[in-house]
Write a protein that binds this ligand. Sequence first.
Ligand code: C2E
Ligand code: CA
Ligand code: CA
Length: 529
Amino acid sequence: MALGIALAAMILFVATGGTAVPRLIAAWRGIAAQPDILLTNALVLNVALIILGCNRYRSLRAELQARRISEEEARRLADIDPLTGCYNRRSIGPAMEEQLGKARDRGGAVAVILLDLDNFKQVNDLNGHSVGDRVLQVAAERMAEILPADALLARLGGDEFACAVPHAASNRDAMEHLAARLIERVARPIKIEGLSIEVTISVGIAGSDTVDAEHGGAAAPQQIMQKADIAMYQAKKAGKNRCFWFEPSMEYELRFRNQLESGIRRGIAKGEFVPYYEQQIDLDTGRLVGFEMLARWHSPDLGTVNPDIFIPIAEDIGVIAQLSEDLIVQTIEDARQWHPSLTISVNISPVQLRDPWFSQKLLKILVQHNFPPSRLEIEITESCLHDDIGLVRTMITSLRNQGMRISLDDFGTGYSSLAQLRSLPFDRLKIDRSFIREVHKSPASSKLVDAIVSMGDGLDMPITAEGIESGEILAALKRVGRLKGQGYHYGRPEPAAEVTKRLAEASLLAEDADPVPVPADRSSAAGLA
Ligand code: C2E
Ligand code: CA
Ligand code: CA
């Protein structure tokens, strides 16, 4: 528009100027009369319009240019990760698409290397987010230093990075070598604000050739990255700080795991988890003294599933507390039908022990169901002792103050030190069945059990032997000292109905304890005695 006005003014200037200017010059020189005032004004106006139009045109052009530059900058900023300067999750896709096209044209492939920092949350929690940010920057710089010039590097978010590296499809070794160098370089200590921080990475690699073959045609960048992510997840699961190539079998495993996860969630809602009970015996007298509750999952798809499968998953997906509380409620309801002298042991996951409200929750359940805390034993494994030991001690003390007893389970398989054992107020040690299995055959095992039993005596902690599978083992253990024991020799873990039958035969039901019906509060007091 500004240019149009200037052009129109110029044309007008040519038209009017052609007659007016010679007349004006002649008038100034005195050889002609003054031209018409209207014509002169039109001429002046015309010149002003030309200047105005040109100026406006020039400033508009400058404005447009500035806008184009800032738009380009905004687009560039949207494409890069502001912290590390790498590509981001959005922009790596199109960049890889182009890179893949070129590689496929040449008959080559692109390897997507997915890298995830291990335990990065701890770095952030312990040192603050500014240190965490710096660690991410240094990690990205180190990766960029090692990658070949034609590779792409992106930060996908959080502590997750992806590289896309063109390579010859047949040459996997080169990519493995590259991944090993990335792992080694990132793991070197990072010096920040007087601190020396070390992080490791877990790496998953997927080759576009493998994914193309599985996909039956050219796979999209997103699909290749997803496979590298599956491989990375396997690397994490196998202990972190390592590298795995994607294999199609990993996908089936992941799908199965997802099925298990949703099955567990559904199963909790539908009450598919039930307590089974394993007898606990006083080895000296052969008397039944209580039961250990062992969870079972009656899955409609998988049949009866053992806790080794579902407990770790329930912990991972954050449903262990709900699952465990449901089971404890069922257990207490079952145990209320039993003789009050019988105790009941429940296994508690380390995850639950980290909940500061755990002992309150447990006490609430006991009060609601009118069950004496003294009949309840809590079993925790040695792995709990790797966590915040102060927190564990507070928790154990709080549970004991409420009248429950605490056993250290699977003793001998972990790393609890004598100092820890002395400082933590456990009521009982349970020797792991791996020591018991050989006790009648191997002198070494037998000596170890002897040593644990005398240590228990010294610490004033009674001992339970797990995994008594035969009469020979039982005989060997009886020689060692006064123990409680449990194992398949006494029978497999059973559901509540079987236990009730067994107890009825042995006159060990609640009604056998006190034939006169007593008010609820007095029956609990009997249990406490
Ligand atoms: P655990 O606490 O060490 O339980 C003993 C395990 O050994 C049980 O396996 C039991 O069935 C098995 N067992 C008992 N006697 C013998 C024997 O003579 N020989 C052999 N070979 N095995 C025997 P299960 O029921 O599969 O439980 C496995 C683990 O799952 C338990 O080990 C416990 O750590 C955990 N667990 C079970 N229920 C729960 C639960 O409700 N919550 C939590 N957090 N963990 C649970
Ligand atoms: Ca146990
Ligand atoms: Ca055990």
